[in-house]
Design a protein around this ligand. Sequence first.
Ligand SMILES: NC(=O)c1ccc[n+]([C@@H]2O[C@H](COP(=O)([O-])OP(=O)(O)OC[C@H]3O[C@@H](n4cnc5c(N)ncnc54)[C@H](O)[C@@H]3O)[C@@H](O)[C@H]2O)c1
Length: 553
Amino acid sequence: MDVILVGLPGSGKTAVGRRLAHHHGAEFIDLDEVVERHAGQSIPDIFASQGEAGFRSLERAAVADLGPADRDPAVRRVVATGGGAVLDPRNRWRLYRRRLPIWLDARPEVLAQRLRRSPTIRPLVVGRDPISAMRGLADGRRPFYAGAERVNAIVQLPSVLETVDNLVAEAPSRRGTLLLRSDSRLGRVTIGEGILGTALVEELMRLEARRAVVITEPGAWNAVGGEIRESLAARAIPLEIVELPQGEAAKRMAVIEETARTLADLRVARDEPLVAVGGGALGDAAGFLAAVWLRGVPLIHLPTTLVAQIDSSIGGKTGVDLPEGKNLIGAFHQPAAIVIDVAVLRSLPERERRAALGEAVKMAILGDERLFELLESDGDAIVHGEDAVFEDGTVAELVERCAWKKIEVVSADEREADSDAGAGRIRLNLGHTVGHGLEAAAGYSGLRHGEAVAYGLRAACRLGAALGSTPGARADRVEALLSRLGLGVDPLHLALDAILAALDTDKKHAGDGRLRWVLPNEAGVEVRDDVPVDLIEEIVGGVLAGSGAPART
Ligand SMILES: NC(=O)c1ccc[n+]([C@@H]2O[C@H](COP(=O)([O-])OP(=O)(O)OC[C@H]3O[C@@H](n4cnc5c(N)ncnc54)[C@H](O)[C@@H]3O)[C@@H](O)[C@H]2O)c1
């Protein structure tokens, strides 16, 4: 087995690592030393000559060089990582999966004291007030360290070693991989693989729930119900299952009323959490119920589709449809917890994975170059659900990058009050103006949400290019990626008038009667409300005609 030590600078990774390795007769690897050896330079010199990005890329290569995890229960290698190695989702996948990751935790103030006495130069701390530098690092990295087993590092070394040894003894019974855990106003978000049942039990216990009241639908429950049942039974937690219809049909007021009456039968109390197990449609309906049942009860989201994992379960928007339109009734209701298990995406139909990538492309355009590259290189394999992308951490990285971006954007502007594209939640509407119009014109059937967004992204690129917001090369790159993913390619037989009428309705709902278009620019997006109607007509008409090739005006 490999033991991996993570933690802030000064937390004792090298000292503990050497002693631990010696104690177990294991090899000790210091990843920073490996990087220095490969580069032929000290870390401060690498930072000076190649910047932090250059160092991170060397570090990523060193992590990959560790090779496959050693499954022997005896400790064979002890690896001390650089403090920031865990920022990279792929590093974390490699370091945490099937190995024993240990987080040497200590208060930043104590570590700042230690660093003052240390002869080692730490580039991210040097030249700054050590306490505020360490607090900043601690806040930014806590969610990523939290995927590892936490050990208090501010005790005598023998006691740290004893705690670690206990964890080593328990390691063979560990199931699943925890990759990230973050506590914020948006609820506690956990991302991992093979953790669905165990993390649900943990959340129910944290909320002191006496049973699990699960709201689900047949498609999701067939895929994940067995694992949930088993984990609850192992802890003798009673389970109540409330089944809603599959797909958008869950988001009808009649279904909400009927389900509320079932909750009344079950005597669901004010402090009892509802557990939403399903995709975006189920999550929107169950979330709405949680918002209004007894004027609001806690909610645990277990998103089972790619759309729900990267988008709909995060941010607190719940919604129900009316014949007059989608999501016309709803409420903001932040969940107490969101448990994202990427393993459940294996059973998702191909069309669902492909459609969801429309939202992922949107997230990449908002400013994540690495996500862009991942979609360009591995998007096809993700669509096809190839085993390799689940095994090598590609799917986990995709989910985490998108989900984390959404957490960042929504945390800064929870109620969409900020119309500034630099900071506001409005950025998430990229591709959605035309996308919503298409969904409405299609009568909310036949077109998946992400598929409609993909056509909307093409429209946004073409509008942006025509108005001088989107550089031509960037518009081409987005359209080429969408074509590669098979999104927004086929002609759509929808009436242009119906789409324009839907845009008009959106405009009326905008409050001040102005339609704000989110358009790609050089490196992110900007908002414009000066898009001429004839240009919109021309470009939406072009998008409807279908496209493999970029067709900018
Ligand atoms: N609240 C928000 O912020 C927000 C954001 C985006 C989308 N949405 C909403 O989300 C909905 C779309 O969500 P969706 O795309 O997840 O659709 P969905 O919930 O209808 O699920 C799609 C299909 O996948 C099946 N399924 C679910 N999990 C599965 C699994 N693990 N394996 C196999 N099959 C599985 C379902 O039974 C269903 O047939 C729309 O109603 C949209 O308005 C909400």
